[in-house]
Every structure is written in C-alpha cells, then in structure tokens.
Design a protein around this ligand. Structure first.
Ligand code: MRU
Length: 350
C-alpha cells in the first residue's frame, strides 16, 4: 500500500512547493515558496503542519534561503535566517532538530561555499527521504499492536499530510491495513483547527481506509461504549520522562482511555524526543489566535469581541501512555530508561 499524499516537494529551481492544508478538504492547491522567509511564514500560517512535516519544510526552506545569501558574511546571514525559521512555531521540536542539522553542515563547510550549498540541498533531500523511511519503520513496529480486526481512535492529523507522506500514528494504521488487518478509524474532529475532520478524514477516504469522524466531545461516550480497541496519536515533543505534547485535546483522550481501560499509544520519530527536557512542564506550548476558536473558515461562531483561550497543544503525562512507537521499536515505561536507549540506538544506526 502506498500513501497517495505529497504534502511537500522541491521544484527544479529548489523552490518549496507545499499543498495548502488550510484549504483542505475542499480545494487541493499547491503553493510555491521562493525564499526561506516565505517558507517560515508558510509554517507559521499552517500551510504545512504536523511535527515531522514542519521539520522537512524547515530543512528545504533553509537550503533554498542559503542560495540567496552572499558568500561574504554567509555565516551571520544564515544564522539570522535560522532564527526566523525557529520563530515560526515553538512546540514541535522537529523544527529545531532540522535547523540544527542544517547549521551543523554550515559549520562543517566553513570556507567552502560552493560545496556547502550542494551539501545543504542534499541534506534537505535526506531529511525528506529519511522521514518516509522512518514513518514506515514506525508503522512496522506499531502494526503488531493493532488487532486483526480493530477500531482505532485518533486525534488531530498524523498521516501523510503531517509528515513527508506516510504518517506516524496514521502510518501505523496504514501499515496495519497493508498487512491485511481490518482497521476502522474513528477520527476526532480536533477543534479548533479541525485537523481530524478536514485532514485525517480526507486522507483516509483518499487511501480507502474506513473512517468515521466525531466531535471531540463524543470521544468519552465512544470509549465508554467499548467499541475502541486502542487509541494512537502523534507527538510534537516528548520529554525525557515520556510526558508528551500533542494537539490540544490529546490529554482528555488519554485520560478517558485510562478510565475505560483502552490502551493509549504515541507514535513518533525519535527526532520528536527531546532528551534535554526532563518532563512535560518544560515543553513550550504555542498559543494561537483567538479567531481560530471564535470562528470557522473566517465566519464568527461566537459573539464578536469575546475572549478566547487557544493553546495549540497539551501535555499527556507519561503514566497514561501504554507505549511510544518509534522507528527503532516501542518504548515502554520507565521512559527515562527506554527513550534514551532508543535515541542512542538511532544515533548508532545513522
Ligand atoms: O498544530 P499542528 O496541526 O501542527 O499539530 C499537529 C499535531 O499535534 C500532530 O499530532 C503531531 O504534530 C504529530 S504529526 C505526525
């Protein structure tokens, strides 16, 4: 089974072409970004979103931006571009991971400008290609967790749109389906940005995966009904102790899963694990504009001028997580031991 989704690519000129996820599922429009700053703005505006996809976009944007900078004073100008990129969205650590990869190349090529530009291009392509391979490996480790006939609850979008094209949590579903399992997905709509109803449902329908959308508030009732075999979601940042930041509402789903004895899994590449951060309290949580809560598609759904609370992510405590599926295997509690071991394993494989 192949994912038919291509959320991001580079054209022959090195420009970054992204599927505008703000318009889905109604319009499929690809936008071309011709500078690193424009790519950063595209990330901020959620043209592309999802932690791994943000990392890929940042790498491609920096490779593109580097070509516009003069050899003289390149280091300082590139660092400034990295700062612009880093300021686009604060929670998904894959953004900073990708920036660090590109910065390391600049440091390794001081005084060799021509080969540096090619090296940055090649690194951006590697980040993209690796992400597909990593997601398929996550799928390979996660598929055995899915029963032969399963009903799976998801939150947000963690599929091809959120990565280079396969998916993390939805990638596990894809891999399970590819292995011949009969999987039905229940996708929380994921207010306020509707990544579940707009994006996950669109992807699943496109790829022939059985999907049903539900209002976020219906998840507790669904879990209480006993119809869900497992819940699996992605992550934007995983602290050393396993506490996991993911789309707002994830913590409610995890808590309800615990209440009803349903295993709750995270699926994410090890690039989403931030070993520098001891626990979830240290994860920066992005706050997004009030209008995302008080309106839908630019139409108000609340009294004009009302205040709104719009944190984009929440933190699920590690104790609620049955396992964290990565490209190197499934980490289990105690995560302080299993996560560093898997990250280290990845460092050795590379
Ligand atoms: O605000 P978004 O849409 O970028 O948030 C995305 C999520 O929270 C995803 O669940 C997470 O990035 C994992 S994507 C594979």
């Amino acid at each position: 089974m192949k994912s038919t989704i291509t959320p991001i690519r580079r054209d022959d000129a090195g420009h970054v072409v992204m599927l505008d996820q703000r318009l889905l599922p109604f319009e499929e429009v690809y936008l071309t970004f011709e500078s690193g700053e424009a790519v950063a703005q595209g990330i901020r505006d959620m043209v592309i979103r999802g932690a791994p996809a943000i990392g890929v976009a940042a790498a491609m944007g920096l490779a593109l931006g580097a070509r516009r900078l003069a050899a003289e004073g390149f280091g300082a100008a590139f660092a400034a571009l990295c700062d612009v990129m880093a300021a686009s969205r604060p929670t998904a650590v894959n953004l900073f991971w990708a920036i660090d990869r590109m910065k390391a190349l600049v440091e390794a090529h001081v005084g060799d400008h021509a080969s540096l530009l090619d090296a940055l291009d090649a690194e951006a392509e590697r980040v993209y290609a690796e992400d597909i391979a990593i997601c398929q490996a996550i799928g390979g480790h996660g598929a055995p967790l899915v029963p032969e006939e399963a009903t799976v609850l998801t939150h947000c979008n963690t599929g091809g749109l959120a990565t280079a094209g396969w998916g993390t949590a939805l990638g596990v579903v894809r891999s399970a389906v590819a292995a011949g399992k009969r999987v039905a997905v229940f996708a929380d709509e994921t207010r306020p940005y509707l990544q579940g109803s707009r994006l996950t449902a669109w992807e699943c329908l496109k790829d022939g995966i059985d999907v049903t959308v539900l209002a976020d508030g219906a998840a507790g009732f669904l879990l209480a009904s006993g119809r869900i075999d497992l819940a699996i979601v992605g992550a934007d940042r995983i602290a050393r102790n396993g506490d996991t930041a993911n789309k707002i509402g994830t913590y409610m789903v995890a808590t309800l899963c615990a209440r009803h004895g349903v295993p709750f899994y995270i699926a994410a590449p090890t690039s989403t694990v931030d070993l520098q951060i001891p626990d979830g309290a240290a994860i920066p949580i992005e706050e997004r504009p009030a209008e995302e809560v008080t309106g839908v598609f630019g139409k108000p759904i609340a009294p004009i001028g009302v205040k709104a609370f719009n944190p984009s992510f929440d933190v699920t405590p590690a104790e609620l997580i049955a396992g964290i599926v990565t490209e190197h295997g499934v980490a289990r509690a105690p995560y302080e031991e299993s996560l560093p071991a898997l990250v280290e394993l990845g460092a050795r494989v590379v």
